[in-house]
Design a protein around this ligand. Structure first.
Ligand code: NDP
Ligand code: MG
Length: 393
C-alpha cells in the first residue's frame, strides 16, 4: 500500500469496532481514522477520539451529544449526534473505507448511504444483508463498491475464492462452533438464563451476536449473508458444526476439490484482511499449533433443538421481505431474553409466529423494508407481552 487508507468505523465502541482500532493502532503507517461513531458508550468514544484524532465523531444517542461535544472541544474534532448524522458523515470525500460494525437493523441506513457514496465497505453488520440483501448488493454493483466480509466464515470463503473468481462454486460449508449449548436438550434449554447464554466457548463478542450464536440464529443469519455476498442458491449453502472453531469455512468447487481457511479464532484477522485487501499485512496475532489440536471434529447441526437455523432457511427460501421479518422478530426476541422477559426457547416461538403472520411482499423496495421492520417489531412486542415473565431463580 503506498498511501494510507482513511477509515470510518461505524460502531467503534463495540467488539468489532475496538478490534478494528487495535488493527489500526498496530498499522498507523497504513491506516488513519477519519470518523468514529458510538451510541451509548460516550466515554469510550471520547477516549478513542482523543487517541486517534479523527476528523469527525458521531454519537448516535442524541442525549449524550453535549457531553461528547464538551469533552472534545479542545481537540478540533467535529461532533454530531443521531443516526441520520452517521448516514451523512459517511459520504465525506476523505473517507476510503467504511467499517460497518453497528449491530442490527440500526446499521442499514448508514451502510446504504456509504455504498451510494461509493465507499468501499468492510461489512461486519450482517443484519444489513439479511434485511435487504438484494438492495444492498444491487446498489454496491451500481456504485462500483466492494463488500469485503468481516464475518469470519465469510472472510474464510472470500479468502478461499481468491484466484478462483471465474470457477463455479458447487457448495460452501459454513462452520459453526455450536455455541455454549451444543449437545443440550430442549428440556435443558427451557431454563437457561442469559448469564449462561452469554458465555461463548471460543469468541468474545457483543451481547446480541453472542445470544444469536447460542441459539444458532447467528448461523441462520450467516446463511442469508452468504447467499448475497457470494451469489449462491440456498441449497448450495450448508452448515457444519465444528466445535474447535479452527476451520472458519470451506468452499467446494465444481471438480469436487475443497478449500478451507483455518487459524485460531481471532476476529482481528478477518477485520484486517477486509481493511487491507488485497494485501496481507504482517501481524503478531497468536499462531495456530497443530499439536494443541490433535483432533478437529465435525457434526451436523441439531435443528430440532435449535429451530432458528431452520427458520432462517425457511425465510431465505420464501424470499422477499421474509428475512427482514426474521431479523426484526429476532432482534426484539433477543432484547426480551436479555431483559429476562422471555425464556431461551421462546425466542424461536416469537420468530416463527412473526414469520407465519407477517404480510408477504415478494419484491420489496426500501420503504417496504422499513415498514416490515416496524410492523414486525410491533407484532413481536405484542407476542412477548402475552408471554409470562420468567421467574427469577
Ligand atoms: P457490539 O454490541 O459490541 O457493538 C455494537 C456497536 O454499535 C457499538 O459501537 C454500539 O455503540 C453501536 N450501536 C448499538 N446500537 C446502535 C444504534 N441504535 N445506532 C448506532 N449505533 C449503535 O456488537 P459487535 O461488535 O459484536 O457486532 C457488530 C456487528 O458485527 C453485528 O452486526 C455482528 O453480527 C457483527 N459481527 C460481530 C462479530 C464479533 O466478533 N463481535 C463477529 C462477526 C460479525 P455503544 O456500544 O456505544 O452503545
Ligand atoms: Mg461469524
Amino acid at each position: 500500500m503506498n498511501e494510507k487508507k482513511n477509515i470510518a468505523i461505524l460502531g467503534s465502541t463495540g467488539s468489532i469496532g475496538t478490534q478494528a482500532l487495535d488493527v489500526i493502532r498496530a498499522n498507523t503507517d497504513k491506516f488513519s481514522v477519519e470518523v468514529l461513531t458510538g451510541s451509548g458508550n460516550a466515554d469510550l468514544l471520547i477516549k478513542q477520539a482523543i487517541e486517534f484524532n479523527p476528523n469527525t465523531v458521531v454519537i448516535a444517542d442524541e442525549s449524550k451529544y453535549k457531553y461528547v461535544k464538551d469533552a472534545l472541544l479542545p481537540h478540533d474534532i467535529k461532533v454530531f449526534a443521531g443516526n441520520a448524522s452517521i448516514a451523512d458523515v459517511v459520504k465525506m470525500d476523505s473517507i476510503d473505507t467504511v467499517i460497518a460494525a453497528i449491530v442490527g437493523y440500526a446499521g442499514l441506513e448508514s451502510t446504504l448511504s456509504a455504498i451510494k457514496a461509493g465507499k468501499q465497505i468492510a461489512l461486519a453488520n450482517k443484519e444489513t444483508l439479511v434485511v435487504a440483501g438484494d438492495l444492498v448488493t444491487k446498489l454496491a454493483k451500481e456504485n462500483g463498491v466492494n463488500l469485503y466480509p468481516v464475518d469470519s466464515e465469510h472472510s474464510a470463503i472470500f479468502q478461499c475464492l481468491a484466484g478462483e473468481f471465474h470457477n463455479p462454486v458447487e457448495k460452501i460449508y459454513l462452520t459453526a462452533s455450536g455455541g455454549p449449548f451444543r449437545g443440550k436438550t430442549r428440556d435443558f434449554l427451557q431454563n437457561v438464563r442469559k448469564e449462561q447464554a452469554l458465555k461463548h466457548p471460543n469468541w468474545e463478542m457483543g451481547a446480541k451476536i453472542t445470544i444469536d450464536s447460542a441459539s444458532l440464529m447467528n448461523k441462520g443469519l450467516e446463511v442469508i449473508e452468504a447467499k448475497w455476498l457470494f451469489g449462491l442458491e440456498t441449497d448450495q449453502i450448508d452448515v457444519i458444526v465444528h466445535p474447535q472453531s479452527i476451520i472458519h469455512s470451506i468452499v467446494q468447487f465444481a471438480d469436487g476439490s475443497m478449500k478451507a481457511q483455518m487459524g485460531l479464532p481471532d476476529m482481528k484477522l478477518p477485520i484486517q484482511y477486509a481493511m487491507a485487501y488485497p494485501q496481507r499485512i504482517k501481524s503478531d496475532f497468536p499462531r495456530f499449533n497443530f499439536m494443541n489440536y490433535p483432533q478437529l471434529t465435525f457434526e451436523p447441526a441439531d435443528t430440532n433443538t435449535f429451530r432458528n437455523l431452520s427458520l432462517a432457511y425457511e425465510a431465505l427460501k420464501k424470499g422477499g421481505n421474509a428475512p427482514c421479518v426474521l431479523n426484526a422478530a429476532n432482534e426484539v426476541a433477543v432484547d426480551a431474553f436479555l431483559k429476562d422477559k422471555i425464556g431461551f426457547l421462546q425466542m424461536s416461538d416469537v420468530v416463527e409466529k412473526c414469520l407465519q403472520t407477517a404480510t408477504h411482499i415478494s419484491k420489496p423496495g426500501y420503504e417496504d423494508y422499513i415498514n416490515t421492520d416496524k410492523e414486525t417489531r410491533m407484532a413481536a412486542a405484542a407476542l412477548i407481552l402475552k408471554i409470562e415473565p420468567i421467574k427469577s431463580i
